[in-house]
Design a protein around this ligand. Structure first.
Ligand code: ACM
Ligand code: ZN
Length: 550
């Protein structure tokens, strides 16, 4: 290249490309798109704003309706549907072959904005991006011209919620799903059962909810006693459950937002609520008595009896109803934190273990989970379990959620190499922790900046995996356990804005791990969440240097 050409190239970069690059980084999109290019000019959104569909697919119509309501809510201008594409301000189309299943392409020119996707889900994500853009130009009403090509890194972009320690009503679950949708998450993992409450109506076993969904308030355990909610301390009145129609309503609401709902029925332990209701299914046959001293040996609760056939009749009955309520292929069966002492002492469990020629109680748990996974498989469902499920041998075709990050990646690598899909729910990295605690004088695990940083920096794919193996890492999921999250307000503030860095990790757009860009995008994003009526934890005044501290 001669000097003249070089000078011309530099002038080009300074006059055209540089301003373009600067403007691209000004747009506060969370999660960041895969590729964003600014173009010259703006699309003015004054006067009649119109939306047309270039395809008759119902998904395009739903996205157009959503965009029209976004125009009023996010931009403050009304919009209407028209049929003439050439005259419309926004044109939405579903075109086969545009990109991956969840991808979209957005082109904004001075005359028109065109949003195209292969599927309704892609259009939905494109509208989510547009919502953030519209909100940012609500004063000027000028959308910058640009081109965005976007698709997620991972197919599993999940968020979990424990509704057992504390029950959250359907209206709250819908707000939670709204927050997931705004961040382009697509899986809601609903932890419906645990020791402290059974939350889903099962018609053939009514005591699960008439007994198992309620508990006595007691002092001393924040997950039992909730000062914010008054009740008669002498009665078993604290709790709640989802009737089957409530579950259907949540699934319908989530599906409209392209969110899969994965129920968790936690087995064989974390089942004290169920065993309170049906004590004949425990090894002792009597209700479980909580230990007086809680320590590492006693903190987990006794499981269902593995030697009693009635346990399996019961659980298959429960899962049969669960399958009618939840259309998704995946059903989470728990498998975490199983204390095996009652199995060791139980003649029925020991007879089962020896009858099957199993080595120990760990193998008995493996057999327990494999049996239920086979039951699901005969109904074309896939079992999902926490990583303890691997200790007795992962059931064929099952998926593992890896949460015990302190044990390293060995279980992940082994599961992947055995052909299993894995979702990363690393406790150290992806568990969201409440920023306030209910215990006087007890500090929260960390402050918000440290939490945002640890989530943002998480690397889900172990370096030891080959490219082909890495395809089994299906994605990431944030978890909210509610031992110390008793109220809706605290739950929302635990979710937001921690969901923002999770979305960056899950969607994985260009530059999504850059803490400086993230911090710059976060404040406008918080204003957007507020405008959407979503409560969030307050962000302290921080400089980037402080966000790196843990
Ligand atoms: C878990 O945190 N027990 C999965
Ligand atoms: Zn037993």
């Amino acid at each position: 290249m001669d000097v003249l050409h070089r000078l011309k190239a530099i002038c080009f970069i300074l006059t055209i490309a540089l301003p373009v690059l600067l403007r691209a980084s000004d747009l506060a999109l969370i999660p960041q798109p895969t590729r964003i290019e600014n173009r010259v000019g703006v699309l003015t959104l004054k006067g009649p704003i119109t939306v047309a569909c270039a395809s008759r697919r119902s998904g395009a119509g739903a996205a157009a309706e959503l965009l029209c309501s976004a125009m009023s809510a996010d931009l403050g201008e009304p919009a209407s549907r028209i049929t003439q594409q050439a005259r419309a301000t926004f044109v939405l189309s579903i075109r086969p072959g545009t990109g991956g299943d969840e991808s979209y392409q957005l082109d904004i020119t001075p005359h028109q904005a065109r949003l195209a996707a292969t599927t309704p889900a892609g259009l939905f994500y494109g509208v989510q991006t547009l919502r953030q853009l519209l909100f940012q130009v609500r004063d000027s009403k000028e959308l910058p011209c640009l081109s965005i090509q976007d698709q997620p890194r991972f197919p599993w972009r999940g968020m979990h919620l424990d509704v057992s320690r504390h029950f959250f009503p359907v209206a709250f679950i819908k707000r939670y799903l709204d927050a997931l949708a705004l961040h382009k998450l697509n899986v809601f993992h609903w932890h419906l059962t645990d020791d402290h409450g059974w939350r889903v109506e099962i018609k053939r076993y009514p005591r699960l909810t008439s007994v198992g969904a309620w508990r006595e308030p007691k002092d001393g355990n924040d997950w039992i006693y909730v000062p914010e909610r008054s009740m008669d301390p002498a009665k078993r009145t604290y709790g709640g459950f989802y009737a089957q129609d409530d579950v259907r309503e949540v699934v319908r609401y989530a599906t409209a937002r392209h969110i899969r709902v994965i129920p968790e029925i936690d087995l064989p332990a974390h089942s004290m609520a169920a065993l309170d209701a049906y004590p004949e299914l425990s090894c002792s046959g009597r209700p479980f008595v909580p230990p007086k001293v809680v320590n590492e040996q006693t903190e987990f609760t006794d499981p269902f009896c593995a030697g009693n056939e009635a346990t399996f009749t019961f659980l298959e009955g429960v899962l049969t109803e669960v399958m009618t309520l939840f259309p998704d292929r995946d059903i989470h069966l728990g498998a975490d934190e199983v204390r095996k002492t009652s199995w060791k002492a139980c003649p029925k469990c020991q007879a089962r273990l020896h009858g099957l020629g199993l080595k120990d109680e760990e193998a008995l748990q493996g057999w327990f989970m494999q049996r239920l996974a086979r039951f699901l498989a005969t109904h074309h469902r896939r079992a999902v379990g926490w990583d303890e499920m691997a200790q007795g041998g992962l059931p064929k075709g099952s998926m593992m959620m890896h949460w015990r990050s302190w044990l390293g990646d060995a279980a992940v690598i082994e599961a992947v190499r055995a052909g299993h899909d894995v979702v990363r729910t690393s406790m150290d990295d992806l568990y969201f922790s409440p920023l306030e605690t209910s215990k006087p004088g007890v500090a929260a695990r960390e402050g918000l900046p440290a939490q945002l940083t640890r989530i943002l920096h998480y690397q889900p794919v172990p370096a030891a995996l080959s490219k082909a193996e890495a395809r089994h890492i299906k994605g990431v999921e944030g978890c909210i356990w509610t031992e110390d999250v008793a109220t809706e307000s605290r739950a929302m503030k635990t979710l937001l804005p921690a969901l923002a860095p999770l979305a960056e990790v899950a969607w994985g757009g260009a530059g999504s791990r850059d803490p400086v860009i993230f911090e710059r995008h976060l404040r406008p994003h918080l204003r957007f969440l507020e405008a959407c009526g979503l409560e969030h934890a307050p962000l302290p005044e921080i400089g980037h240097a402080q966000t790196n501290g843990r």
